[in-house]
Each structure stands twice: as C-alpha cells, then as structure tokens.
Design a protein around this ligand. Structure first.
Ligand code: SAM
Length: 224
C-alpha cells in the first residue's frame, strides 16, 4: 500500500535515529529492532512530533519528559547485557509517555509492569500503548518508590526518574541474579546512571555515566 509523505517522513527519521544510536554505541540488536519498530512520534503531542526522533528529551506535560532516545537505548541495553531468557519479569518506575514501556514490551513481551504517579500521564500512556498494540503491559497508577511488592521479585527493574538514594523497596524486590538500572542524584545535583546487580553474595554496583532525569518523587516524604 502506498504511504503518505507524512508517514514516510517519520519512517525515515526513525531509521536515521537508529543509525545515530548505533554510532553512539548501541549495539544490542533487540534494542535497535525495538526502537526501529516503535512509532516514537505517537508518544509525544502532535505539535512536537517533528522532533520526536531528535536526540533530545521532550516535554510530555505536567512538568515531565519523554527521555531522549539514547537514554532509553542505553538503559535497555544495560538491562539486556546479561542476556534474556524470555521469562523475565520486568518493572519500570515512571511510565511517563509509555515509550520506554513499549520498548520493554517489544523485547520482554507481556511480563512488563510499569508504575506512574501522575494519573493523567498514566491514562494517556495506557491509551498510547493500546494504539501501538502494546495493551498487555500492566500499568499501575501508584507510587513507584514502593515498587509492586505483590508482584515481586522482578528480574529487571528500570527507574526513569532520579532518586537521591537507592530505593530500599526496589532493592528488596529485585530477584537474585536480577539487574536494576537507575539514575541517582548526588547532593551537588549531579546525576549518574547506575547498574545494580543482585547476587547471592550481595549487591554489585557500577557507575555507568552522567545522567539528566526529572526527580523520582518519594510520596512518603511529600506527606511531611
Ligand atoms: N519512561 C518515560 C518515557 O519513556 O516517557 C520517561 C518518563 S519521565 C523522565 C519520569 C516519570 O517518572 C514521570 O512521568 C514522573 O511522573 C514519574 N515519576 C516520578 N516519581 C515517581 C514515583 N515515585 N512513582 C511513579 N512514577 C514517578
């Protein structure tokens, strides 16, 4: 079926984004395939669609952002670095636009859970994920700081907002042999992306690179 110039435009931009990601060091075929397949422009508001494939974060309303493509790619690649059995249970904190959720669903299937604390974003993400055929991910409107204890343990956890320290509940809900990727903000305001691996002997922590995320809100603290 012939496609309109509009759609060809988005396809071309998406292809160019994937080539750029390869040049930036993203080599995992599953990550590249997911990002080549998912229409990222559908996860941003119409006025910003022409910029959806640029290497930048974009506003999604309510003072939140869709992470830039490289950030989505590197975090997903870090989750995948230990391989994939296809049986992994995956938890995302900070659904936001739902784009990262769609990437996770493309790779890990329907065993993906995602939590968002802003109701409007939770609802919008649900709609967008349905529209791209990812309706079987399990979306929760809740405080992600507490994780999802009734669904734990999780083999992979990804946190898409920066906390000042490792959230204890998430460490507890990570399976032995599991991996968590998250940004942490230091007292001086500088953020770093961390990979946390849970082994039978304890936690192994690796600082990956500098990061730039919106804050992970601790609702417990907000109440005081
Ligand atoms: N993964 C998102 C995407 O692809 O669009 C990125 C979302 S944005 C960088 C981070 C999100 O984390 C925001 O939507 C914000 O509301 C959410 N967030 C912050 N603190 C949270 C918490 N305690 N629980 C759940 N979501 C939280």
């Amino acid at each position: 079926m012939p496609r309109s110039g509009h759609w060809q435009g988005f396809d071309w931009r998406r292809e160019r984004m994937v080539h750029r990601l390869e040049h930036m060091g993203i080599h995992n075929p599953a990550v590249l395939h997911a990002m080549a397949s998912i229409p990222r422009h559908l996860f941003v508001e119409e006025a910003l669609r022409s910029r959806a494939y640029d290497e930048t974060a974009l506003p999604i309303g309510l003072a939140q952002t869709i992470s830039q493509p490289y950030t989505v790619a590197i975090m997903t690649q870090l989750l995948l670095a230990a391989g994939k059995t296809g049986q992994e249970k995956v938890l995302e904190i900070g659904t936001g636009s739902g784009y990262q959720t769609a990437v996770l669903q493309h790779i890990y299937g329907n065993n993906v859970y995602s939590i968002e604390r802003i109701f409007e974003l939770h609802q919008l993400a649900k709609k967008q994920l349905r529209s791209v055929g990812a309706s079987l991910v399990r979306l929760a409107y809740d405080d992600g700081y507490a994780g999802l204890p009734h669904e734990a343990p999780f083999d992979r956890i990804i946190v898409t907002a920066a906390a000042p320290e490792l959230p204890l509940a998430l460490l507890q809900q990570l399976a032995i042999g599991g991996r968590m990727v998250l940004p942490l903000e230091e007292a001086n305001g500088v953020q770093y992306l961390w990979l946390i691996e849970k082994t039978p002997q304890g936690f192994h922590e690796t600082c990956v690179q500098e990061a730039n995320f919106v804050p992970l809100i601790n609702e417990q603290d907000e109440e005081f």
